[in-house]
Design a protein around this ligand. Structure first.
Ligand code: COA
Length: 165
């Protein structure tokens, strides 16, 4: 196998800790516990993807089908390591997870973004543009609700779009 080409695949349990390390290296993402990433790599594996490059986890996207809304994918975190940035990898991770069986009914994507995360705004605006879908945003969690020492999280809603893109 050509290990110089990133492989996009579902996570497995042994990816949990490497995912934790990747997120740690990708500010401004909030770092969750290793245990959380182990759960995502197992219980939520159908709605998460990793990018493996040269034998290492270099990209990760987590999410789930929103409870009570089978047409909505909630994207929790997306991270691409320095070595793969600016090459369309985050977008490939989004397209890959949405192409999976678990997302067959998905027509809307939701996520939250802090107001100053320009890379994230760029990523989701480009996704909405290419899927010819509307992008709306409003405050989801205020700074106070997040403990006061955190930017507000803006809820970004994109859709409707067709699953195939
Ligand atoms: C955000 C992040 C995942 C983007 O990864 P990436 O693989 O470099 O992104 P892509 O190459 O797939 O870019 C997709 C689109 O986003 C845009 N984009 C990516 N990085 C950007 C930046 N720093 N500023 C503005 N736009 C950006 C690209 O221009 C592209 O749009 P285009 O189709 O109009 O050219 C990566 O920078 C990262 O891991 N950042 C730290 C963690 C984070 O903030 N995650 C998002 C919050 S959940």
């Amino acid at each position: 196998m050509d290990t110089n080409t990133p492989i996009i695949r579902k996570p497995v349990v042994d990816d949990g800790y490497p995912i934790h390390q990747l997120i740690k290296s990708c500010p401004p993402l909030d770092l969750n516990s290793a245990y959380l990433y182990l759960l995502q790599a197992t219980h939520f594996a159908e709605t998460c993807v990793v990018a493996e490059f040269k034998g290492k986890v270099c990209g990760f996207l987590s999410g789930y089908i929103k409870p009570g809304a089978p047409d909505t994918f909630f994207l929790w975190q997306v991270a691409v390591g320095d070595e793969l940035r600016g090459q369309g990898m985050a977008r490939q991770l989004m397209d890959a997870v949405l192409a999976g069986d678990a997302c067959k009914q998905v027509r809307f994507l939701e996520t939250t973004i802090t107001p100053d995360n320009q890379a994230s705004w760029g990523l989701f605006r480009a996704f909405a543009r290419d899927r010819k879908a509307e992008l709306n945003n409003q405050v989801m969690f205020t700074s106070e609700q997040l403990g006061g020492d955190h930017e507000p999280e803006m809820l970004v809603q994109i859709g409707p779009f067709t699953p195939a893109g």
